[in-house]
Design a protein around this ligand. Structure first.
Ligand code: SAH
Length: 402
């Protein structure tokens, strides 16, 4: 049983005349996908023991497997040579099926940004981006193949939702990134330990709620139960699915919540983030406040700055006022210079306009920074992660139409 994301409203939001919106696909595309195979990383510690016992192996093998997978970052039983050969042969298909196959990997920023395009067993595509900084290594991961939220400035939103990724498909992106960083993929001098995970790749994480929360446990539980990252180093970003934000607040986690606001007024937000017609700005702020109250964590407000669309001084003032009123000091505004997406005429704001926007938000008493966007030239930056038809045909004929 899959939890389908909340469908955006059936009626299209009004289109501003100067900025025609591309045609949006609100529905899932293609034929119904098969459910991904069960994988070790789908299971919690108890379920791993049960699964291993069901295969006729002693339960202690589950702990051994956890050390291989979560501590040594191995996913192929063939490499787990301290297991009997017969056990490895049983385990490979039943608990360690290949979920994601890398189709391409490109890098930029002097090798410190690496985008990987993955193909799942049923042919859907997802992307992750590993970024090395002097003090940390961050992976940006996908929670869905495609996205159903239809934000007109985001490349992923243009293709519609294909399907939710499974917990293990999400965790596999993180394990692979951690193994790459460890093996020096980010180059000399870069950190070799993956420290941060952001759910800012393809998809709306809170529309795939249970699998994402389970993945957070696998990512953060102490080794060997999980990969052992700090919950505070994990960021879950949402368009503002209000009931799911409340639910996440009560989950007992310490992850950072990021809310993609993009404008403080409902009229424009109905267009930029279509789900706003369901949960307007005020409700989004109230949910963010609940999250901040329960967790004590500062909420991050994401705001893609778009030339002549949402970059006016009055919007900066209104944003600061609302953020301050609802969240006090428990807020940080993150401006993202708009990254170009195919077919969109929208553009980033000029530098002086951006500087004035930052100044006004800060004047309103709210912390505000501009995100250093990575990966623009390899289409790996925010909102550029889309598996285009060109990539499909260039990658592998077997996945065309898949
Ligand atoms: N669906 C989630 C997570 C994925 S997007 C969400 O919307 O929060 C991660 C961030 O990139 C979001 O803030 C999103 O609005 C932003 N984004 C999307 N397209 C963009 C673009 N073209 N330029 C800059 N930021 C973009």
């Amino acid at each position: 049983m899959t939890t389908e994301p909340t469908a955006p409203p059936a009626t299209a939001a009004p289109v501003p005349p100067a900025t025609p919106l591309p045609v949006l696909k609100l529905e899932s595309t293609g034929t119904r996908r098969t459910r991904p195979a069960r994988h070790f990383a789908d299971l919690d510690t108890d379920a791993r023991r049960a699964a291993v016992s069901e295969l006729g192996l002693p339960a202690f093998r589950a702990d051994q497997l956890s050390r291989h997978y979560f501590s040594r970052l191995e996913s192929d039983p063939a490499t787990m040579t301290d297991l009997p050969v017969a056990a490895r042969e049983t385990l490979a298909p039943s608990l360690f099926p290949t979920l994601l196959t890398p189709i391409s990997a490109v890098d930029c920023d002097g090798g410190t940004t690496r985008k990987t395009l993955w193909r799942a067993a049923d042919g859907v595509l997802a992307e992750s981006v590993l970024m090395g900084y002097p003090d940390r290594a961050t992976v940006c991961i996908s929670s869905q193949a495609g996205c159903g939220m239809a934000c007109p400035f985001c490349a992923t939103g243009q293709g519609g939702l294909e399907r939710n990724l499974s917990t293990a498909e999400i965790v596999e992106q993180v394990r692979a990134a951690a193994a790459s960083a460890r093996d020096g993929a980010l180059g000399a001098g870069a950190p070799t330990r993956l420290s941060n995970v952001v759910f800012m790749g393809m998809g709306e994480p809170l529309a795939n709620y249970r699998r994402v929360v389970d993945a957070v446990h696998r990512i953060c539980d102490a080794p060997p139960a999980g990969l052992g990252l700090s919950q505070r180093s994990v960021t879950v970003s949402t368009v503002g699915l209000v009931p799911a934000i409340h639910r996440l607040a009560d989950e007992g986690l310490q992850v950072t919540l990021a809310v993609s606001l993009h404008t403080p007024d409902d009229e424009l937000r109905d267009t930029l983030v279509p789900v706003n017609t369901r949960w307007p700005v005020r409700e989004v702020f109230e949910a963010a406040r609940h999250y901040a109250d329960v967790t004590g964590r500062r909420v991050s407000i994401e705001y893609a700055l778009i030339r002549d669309i949402n970059d006016q001084p009055w919007r900066a003032d209104m944003l600061a006022k609302l953020a301050h009123r609802h969240l006090g000091r428990l807020v940080h505004i993150n401006l993202i210079p708009l990254n170009p997406t195919p077919g969109s005429k929208w553009d980033a704001s000029p530098a002086p306009v951006q500087a004035e926007f930052v100044r006004r938000v800060r004047n309103g008493g709210v912390a505000c920074t501009v995100r250093d966007t990575r990966g623009r030239e390899i289409a790996a930056a925010c909102g550029q992660l889309a598996s285009t038809a060109a990539q499909r045909s260039g990658a592998d004929p077997a996945i065309q139409g898949g």
